[in-house]
Design a protein around this ligand. Structure first.
Ligand SMILES: Cc1cc2nc3c(=O)[nH]c(=O)nc-3n(C[C@H](O)[C@H](O)[C@H](O)COP(=O)(O)OP(=O)(O)OC[C@H]3O[C@@H](n4cnc5c(N)ncnc54)[C@H](O)[C@@H]3O)c2cc1C
Length: 501
């Protein structure tokens, strides 16, 4: 997950078509388009942009629209230059079906968008952007929650916390539940409750032929499996998710800092302790160049569900050196999620991006940030030589501000699911390493320096346009099955981008 501090302050610094359940638009608001078998694209759809606009419940933004400049933006500003032909804010699954039919007839490229946080900018393009943001209802029913695919993480946490429950998900408040869940979903409670895709019970998906399918363990099980870690934008447009929930109470965020001269000890001790620690505690090791030029920093940020002090003591013992400073404070769950997400003390409204478009709020204050990311999944601890190589990336001459390496502990509940049980394959990973920087050169050099020690496994949610052999890196042994699901449900490859399955 992303270090919130780098984005405005942490405060602490996842075969076979039988059994598909299909739902039709009801009642039809436009001439109904007849569904076809999954192996052939829908031949009819709106004839032009005006017809598409008339057929949508939601809003269609075109280049002549005053809100086009804002509507085309993603989270990362470098993609502001991309100019879609149209952005459809879909209010219903039927809106999505209409967009799919239009794009098929027009042979127009499609990009699917939720929170717009794709590192590679693959939720926009020059054709039609299908934005699911207006579908953001969150409804709790017993120990299940049905969540509109356009929901932002801050709203997921907020609406469920009101009922004293939660779903394990990511940290950044403006990230979309769709992109995150479809790629897996690592979060601060994942060691206790699993990845977001692990608590997914069902997903409603609009497929390339325009049908609205409910996919779960019984219905369309192949698609359901693929949607649990197979990556966003590959198999259809998700319109709603049903998650199992867990109860929430007070939790304790904590932070521990050591002087840089102790950095090798901290990395060595943390990587042995953190993946094997109880599921009640999650930690992330942060190496940063900023904010004081020339003074790299090392910090462990964590969240404990059962009190922080015992975990902090055991981590200190594993490292063999007391921290120079540390903080820990028990907080209500929602406060802690804001704190971990970098909007501590702010209102839920403020934890959104600013604006009037779906997904934004007029009083939103969460900033966009310019950077690129790369990742590794570490399957074994770093040897001393690798630790030296990692730390040297923060030496003088490599000390431009805002360069970070974040190591998020895995293990516990994440490892209790098998590599092939969902499409997310990295169940035996010890920790996820994320490299973040505004400059690609440092990022590539740092990632390259660690490759001899960490190999080629990577996290699809930290999608990386420059990654060689990306398909095996993201999907490992699940790749062949994912390709079969893709061929069965999107044979014409309507949903495509440079790293589409
Ligand atoms: C600031 C920041 C913090 C992050 N923190 C975490 C974290 O804590 N944990 C973690 O696991 N990851 C984290 N990530 C990574 C994040 O999970 C991915 O970037 C994710 O893909 C973002 O989803 P999105 O909906 O916001 O982005 P988008 O750019 O809208 O979508 C990402 C991908 O999913 C596809 N997609 C979007 N909506 C749908 C849909 N409805 N149906 C089908 N496909 C769809 C898009 O086409 C695109 O390929 C973070 C990323 C950033 C930038």
């Amino acid at each position: 997950m992303l270090k919130a501090a780098a984005l405005g302050g942490l405060g602490l610094g996842g075969l076979g078509l039988a059994g598909c359940s299909e739902e039709r638009p009801s009642p039809p608001r436009r001439p109904p388009t007849s569904p076809k078998p999954a192996t052939s694209p829908k031949p009819t759809g709106p004839a032009d942009w005006n017809a598409l606009e008339r057929g949508l419940d939601g809003r269609l933004v075109r280049p002549s629209d005053s809100s086009y400049k804002e509507a085309r933006r993603l989270y990362i500003p470098r993609y502001d230059r991309v100019r879609p032909a149209g952005i459809a804010y879909c209010e219903t699954p039927q809106d999505v079906s209409e967009c799919v039919a239009f794009a098929t007839v027009k042979r127009m490229p499609v990009a699917v968008r939720c929170g717009g946080h794709s590192y590679a900018g693959w939720s926009t393009g020059t054709g039609l952007v299908i934005d699911v943001s207006p579908m953001d209802a969150v409804k709790r029913d017993g120990d299940r929650a049905t969540v509109g695919a356009g929901t932002r993480l801050i709203d997921l946490y907020d609406k469920l916390a009101d009922d004293g429950v939660g779903v394990p998900s990511g940290t950044c408040p403006t990230v979309g539940v769709a992109g995150l869940t479809l790629g897996g979903g690592l979060g601060v409670t994942s060691r206790a409750y699993g990845l977001s895709c692990d608590v997914l019970e069902a997903v409603q998906l609009v497929t390339a032929d325009g049908r609205v399918l409910t996919c779960d363990a019984q219905q369309s099980p192949d698609l359901f499996w693929a949607c649990r870690g197979g990556g966003g934008g590959n198999f259809g447009v998700a319109v709603s998710f049903t998650f199992r929930t867990h109860e929430v109470g007070d939790v304790a965020p904590f932070s521990m800092r050591w002087p840089w001269r102790k950095a090798a000890d901290v990395v060595r001790g943390w990587q042995r302790w953190a993946p094997a620690a109880p599921g009640e505690v999650w930690t992330s090791l942060h190496l940063d160049t900023g904010p004081d030029e020339g003074t790299p920093s090392i910090e462990v940020a964590g969240l404990a569900l059962d009190g922080a002090s015992g975990h902090m003591e055991r981590l200190t013992a594993a490292i063999g050196a007391d921290p120079a400073s540390s903080t820990a404070q028990s907080r209500p769950y929602m406060d802690a999620m804001k704190f971990m997400g970098g909007c501590a003390g702010q209102s839920v409204e403020q934890c959104h991006g600013e604006g009037a478009l779906p997904g934004q709020r007029p009083g939103g204050a969460f900033p966009r940030t310019e950077y690129s990311g790369k990742s590794h999944i570490a399957y074994r601890p770093l040897p001393d030589e690798a630790i030296r190589a990692l730390l040297s990336r923060f030496d003088k001459g490599n000390d431009v501000q805002n360069r970070s390496v974040l190591m998020d502990a895995m293990g516990a509940a994440i490892a209790r699911t098998g590599p092939g049980d969902t499409a997310f394959p990295h169940r035996k990973g010890l920790f996820c390493v994320q490299y973040l920087a505004p400059d690609d050169a440092w990022l590539s050099a740092t990632h390259g320096a660690m490759e001899p020690y960490l190999g080629g496994a990577a996290y699809v949610n930290y999608i990386d346009a420059g990654l060689k052999d990306w398909a095996h890196a993201y999907y490992g042994p699940n790749l062949d099955r994912l390709r079969k699901v893709k061929a069965a449900h999107d044979p014409g490859r309507l949903f495509r981008f440079p790293q589409a399955v």
